[in-house]
Design a protein around this ligand. Sequence first.
Ligand SMILES: [Zn+2]
Length: 261
Amino acid sequence: MIEILVTIIGLVIGSFLNVCIYRIPRKESIVFPSSHCPACGRQLTFFDLIPIVSYIFLLGRCRSCQAKISARYPLVELLTGIVFLFLYLKYGYSITFMFITIMMAVMIVVFFIDLDHLIIPDKLVIFASIIAGLMVVYNFFTPLAVYGDSSWWNPLLGALIGSGSLLLVALLGSVLFKTDEAMGGGDIKLMFPVGLVLGWRLTLLTLFLAIMIAGLYGLILLALKKTSRKSSIPFGPFIVLAFLIASIWGYQIIYWYLGVY
Ligand SMILES: [Zn+2]
């Protein structure tokens, strides 16, 4: 029963994340004005804002001007609902669930903004870092299982490894290959809260998974000849995917990899 409630809350928050994804890169306020159709400006009513259902009912079109509504909106809602459910199944109703779910919401916004605009807004990283910082403070008094051990410095080491290794990649890129595109500043900054939230073990896994998924994606694009080697692919979305996998199945993967399972 709570599973259904958590999923519905996820759908509703997903609807808000859509607003963030659209407005934050445009430097618009995420609270005011209320949601409106980007084509005709018609203000959305309560009914229009019901996740998924309104999209299906309106057949993906604005009620007054018939402009097509991107299928991404219900997709983000659905995705957020499902991810929240998975996190609940993993962590139950706990303080860890709260922290990781908020972090995940930020990460979903990062995923789509980086995909669209090739940037990770500092505001999002700062917000995530505040949430992550609170988690570190909480862990100082009551150790959280997600870190894998009870040491207070574990999340700090995670942030150091996370941001540090990407900074190293960026520095090596600029020194050895004279390029500033080896690693973006946004990715380096994003790994700071990711490291704090996941601790050093899951952060290492996140880096590993992000590089693996990005590599696979690059190979697929090359095979399909959809890209040249030079075209730039944002790395942020891969960090988000890796964070998602690590936060839900992280220790299972680590144990499996180490052959302990
Ligand atoms: Zn319209």
